[in-house]
Design a protein around this ligand. Structure first.
Ligand code: 4GX
Length: 249
């Protein structure tokens, strides 16, 4: 999969592509990440990429001409790519959108700075506007990395084979179970005994229960999307009986 990222800070992507799973994905040729400096498409001795807003007020707006030239150049390189703008005004990014993007062969990201882009760029060139959450950042570069990270994990062979099962749509609506590693006792707390038992069915059951209880307590909103499976209903019924026994005298 090929990614072109339009930005005035291309160096920000060096750290992203230079470590861990992303680095391996680049080195194995599974992905290509090409940051492009919008400033390279700006005219004049100072290669200015921003200008004052019509109507006045504080803050600057990204000039349309350099951006249009940069987007056109990226589209000639990646003709199939959707042009995605990172902005708080976009629809909220989630695991389902990440999975859908992973089916693309190419993507182009536009990273805005300042107060944003000239509206005519959005209208003429942008296919999709994405927000990574309701908070205000100083630029679209971190959101672009967040989106690419979540997308790249879905490309076959990028994660170890053991993670492939995590990619079903159901996994996004349940929190993960608790994880433990050595030592067996830490901070005066023991690892749950079942995890040391070697009983793989019991371990699998404990993990499903841990995942479900955490989801109920911390993110009940996630359960509204899918409802409970039959085995999950059994777990809830078991806990209902336990809690009722506690409450009765
Ligand atoms: N999820 N920002 C973009 C500048 C900007 C504004 C409007 C285009 C249009 C953000 C977020 C985010 C701050 C990135 C403003 N560019 N992006 N930037 N939250 O806060 O995606």
């Amino acid at each position: 999969m090929r990614f072109c990222v339009l930005t005035i800070f291309p160096e920000m992507f060096d750290a992203f592509a230079g470590h861990g799973i992303m680095r391996r994905a680049v080195e194995s040729g599974k992905i290509r990440l090409e940051p492009v400096n919008i400033r390279d498409f700006a005219e004049g001795r100072h290669r200015v990429t921003d200008d004052r807003p019509y109507g006045g007020g504080s803050g600057m707006v990204m000039k349309p001409e350099p951006l249009a030239a940069a987007i056109q150049s990226a589209k000639s390189e990646l003709p199939e790519a959707p042009v995605v703008l990172l902005t708080p005004q976009g629809r909220r990014f989630d695991q389902e959108t990440a999975r859908q993007y992973a089916a693309c062969r190419e993507m182009i990201f536009v990273c805005g700075r300042y107060e944003g882009l000239d509206e005519r760029i959005c209208e003429a060139y942008v296919d999709d506007e994405i927000s990574i959450g309701d908070y205000v950042l100083t630029g679209g570069e971190l959101p672009a990395m967040v989106v690419m990270d979540a997308v790249i994990r879905h490309i076959p062979g990028v994660l170890g084979a053991e993670d492939a099962a995590e990619c079903d749509s159901f996994s996004a609506s349940r929190l993960e179970h608790a994880h433990y590693t050595r030592p067996g006792a830490f901070c005066q707390k023991e690892v749950p005994g079942v995890l040391l038992s070697g009983n793989h069915r019991a371990i699998e059951e404990w993990r499903r229960e841990s995942a479900l209880l955490r989801t109920i307590l911390r993110r009940p909103d996630l359960l509204e999307q899918t409802g409970l499976t039959e085995p999950e209903k059994k777990i809830v019924q078991k806990w209902c009986r336990r809690l009722e026994a506690l409450a009765s005298d």
